[in-house]
Design a binder for this molecule. Structure first.
Ligand code: ADP
Ligand code: MG
Length: 618
């Protein structure tokens, strides 16, 4: 039998390779723009027609090509960017495979016009299906223009595989965003036929993001927080969205060394940092740029794949997580609510109840922080921080069940510190400086703030307050138990009994006193102080269900879940009438919380009706 193996002709080999590299018009744009950036362009213009099917034109003012280079550029594995295998590990260019132009020329009709800045004349090359049709010297501006016409003209199967114009256009725009967001210093313009869709001047990163995604009505910078961190392993800079601007669909971008990447694992780090700050179905935007030693990543995976492997993935995960959390943390201490502060007592927002001892009941009757003429002496202000140093030296801070940590169901004692309006103030009232709160339908508390009207959901606010209270009490080992007169017995199913062991310690720490009797029977002798005894059985079942279904493993996650369920079970309900004092107490406590925007299960606690919105209604 004669030999049957032979080499494929170039045209066929190129077409096969093209199948990998060029999948749709968006891939052509990506390759051409990357080449332009590699060529040092400072201005790039893109024109598409029919979603790139009939024409894709990319013009740059980069360094251009000589006549020989222009011919060579279409050969497979022809590149000016690497010389040998070692160069692969120190890549600073977008391209390096020398495949893109060969692939494009194999599946489209290509016209190239290019001139180097020092040359007087440029060159025109026409090539289609790998065959050169024309090569001539021309007069043209310095730089390079590629015209890619009738993509897949010779591969009908590919052409048919393309989606509707809208889908292809959105692929193109996605590629466009990825490139413009990482090259803010390069000026870009983008035309769809004769319509100019984007004109992006050279800018800094923040302005570029704003120019791409913002509008005169929707300014992006005010929605973003800066992030920055630098270590031997990785430098991270960029922006993350403030939690309140999270949306169902958000702009989420990672870049490494100037290249877009997808990274589900790092994405998780960012999302976890937003835990409890945004609703479950919302997403924060982020634009995060990593710089690492090129040797520590492998971008050589696949021409169209955007996943990138990192050598130190876990360490970078932790750095990223800490960086994002820090930015969110800083942001959270800054009050997100602009209470009318004029004449009102300022609440130090970063004060933790465990660090504060309420000032003793004695107070100076002449001290009236609400009188407009009164200037609080610095000394009084410092008093608010009483206890900081003391508790720092104490191994266990003195917190008794009746003191400020507790938010009793009747909102009774405690919290004089926060509710420090002098008595005569409360009774006589000083209408100018006293901000009245108003309860609406026994459900919302409405209060006036500088920018408008703040509407707080009372139940959700209390849920948040109690949640942080329980967590803290648990952390400080000061959870209090109330003894039940008649122990409550709870029968568990076999599988519930198995989970119970996982919960036992945590339940105890929260103030449950539970005895395990025979036959999977629990006897509850005591419950956390704020919990109504009637709800205990349902609550225990719910907790066990939770452990079973979610497989909570760490003590921390079990603890958080219990705090959540406990807080939910013991918070005030919609329909409960609140006194003026209770309302102001609740507001104060809410805004002393670490996170006052969302409930622990991600529901919005308050919203603001701004003065502008009100004006617009009249
Ligand atoms: P790669 O980018 O991987 O090197 P390409 O096939 O995309 O491979 O390009 C081949 C070569 O053509 C590049 O290495 C570069 O030297 C040259 N080239 C392509 N586009 C341009 C351009 N816009 N300006 C200058 N040179 C270019
Ligand atoms: Mg290239």
């Amino acid at each position: 039998m004669s030999d049957i193996i032979h080499l494929l002709p170039d045209a066929v080999a190129n077409q096969i390779a093209a199948g990998e590299v060029i999948q749709r018009p968006a891939s052509v744009i990506k390759e051409l723009v990357e080449n332009a950036i590699d060529a040092g362009a400072t201005a790039i213009q893109i024109v598409i027609k029919d979603a790139g099917r009939t024409l894709i034109q990319v013009t740059d003012n980069g360094f251009g090509m000589s006549e020989t280079d222009a011919r060579m550029a279409f050969e497979r594995h022809a590149t000016s960017k690497i010389q040998n295998a070692d160069d692969l590990f120190v890549l600073r260019t977008m391209g390096f495979r020398g495949e893109a132009l060969a692939s494009i020329a194999a599946v489209a009709q290509v016209e190239l016009r290019t001139r180097k800045h020092d040359d007087e004349l440029g060159v025109l090359i026409e090539i289609a299906g790998t065959r050169i049709f024309k090569q001539e010297t021309i007069q043209c501006v310095a730089g390079t223009t590629f015209f890619i016409k009738n993509l897949f003209f010779n591969v009908p199967a590919r052409r048919r595989f393309l989606k509707s114009d809208n889908v292809e256009k959105s692929h193109i725009l996605n590629e466009f965003y990825r490139m413009v967001l990482v090259n803010p210093a390069v000026e870009f313009s983008f035309f769809d036929g004769d319509d100019e869709l984007y004109r992006l001047p050279a800018a800094n990163l923040k302005m570029r993001i704003d120019n791409v995604f913002g509008s005169s009505k929707k300014r992006i910078p005010q929605q973003l927080l800066n992030i920055e961190s630098s270590s031997g392993l990785v430098d991270i800079i960029g922006f993350i969205g403030k939690p309140e601007f999270a949306q169902k669909s958000a702009q989420q971008y990672f870049f490494v060394n100037g290249r877009y990447m997808r990274h589900p694992y790092f994405h998780k780090a960012v999302m976890l940092a937003y835990n409890q700050m945004i609703q479950a179905n919302e997403n924060p935007s982020y634009f995060i740029y990593f710089e690492v030693d090129p040797q520590s990543i492998d971008i050589n995976i696949h021409p169209t794949k955007t996943e990138i492997k990192f050598e130190n993935e876990q360490a970078i995960w932790s750095i990223l997580s800490a960086t994002v959390k820090e930015a969110l943390g800083k942001f959270n201490v800054i009050p997100s609510i602009d209470f009318d502060s004029e004449g009102a007592l300022e609440i130090p927002l970063n004060v933790h109840p465990e660090n504060v001892k309420p000032p003793q009941t004695s107070f100076n009757p002449a001290y009236n922080p609400f009188s407009t003429s009164y200037k609080r002496p610095a000394l009084e202000w410092e008093k608010l921080y009483d206890g900081f140093e003391k508790t720092a030296n104490h191994s266990a801070p003195e917190i008794k069940p009746t003191d400020s940590l507790h938010f009793e169901s009747d909102f009774g004692s405690g919290f004089e510190f926060f509710d420090s309006r002098p008595e005569q103030q409360k009774i006589a009232g000083n209408e100018e400086s006293y901000t009245a709160n108003f309860q609406f339908k026994n459900r919302y508390i409405i209060t006036s703030i500088k920018s408008g009207m703040l509407i707080i959901d009372q139940q959700r606010a209390h849920f948040r307050v109690l949640y942080e209270h329980y967590l803290l009490a648990n952390k400080l080992h000061i959870a209090h138990s109330q003894q039940l007169i008649f122990p409550e017995s709870i029968a568990l199913r076999h599988e519930e009994m198995l989970c119970y062991q996982q919960l036992e310690d945590a339940l105890k720490a929260y103030g449950f006193r539970i005895e395990v009797a025979e036959n999977s029977l629990l006897l509850v002798h005591g419950t956390p102080a704020l919990l109504a005894a009637s709800g205990v059985e349902a609550l225990i079942h719910e907790m066990l269900d939770n452990v079973q279904n979610t497989g909570l493993v760490t003590a921390e996650s079990v603890g958080e879940k219990i705090a959540l369920l406990l807080a939910k079970a013991s918070c005030i309900q919609v329909g409960q009438k609140l006194s003026a004092e209770e309302m102001s107490n609740l507001i104060d406590r809410l805004f002393a919380c670490e996170n006052n925007n969302y409930t622990p299960d991600g529901k919005k606690i308050h919203t603001t009706l701004t003065q502008e919105e009100m004006l617009a209604r009249f």
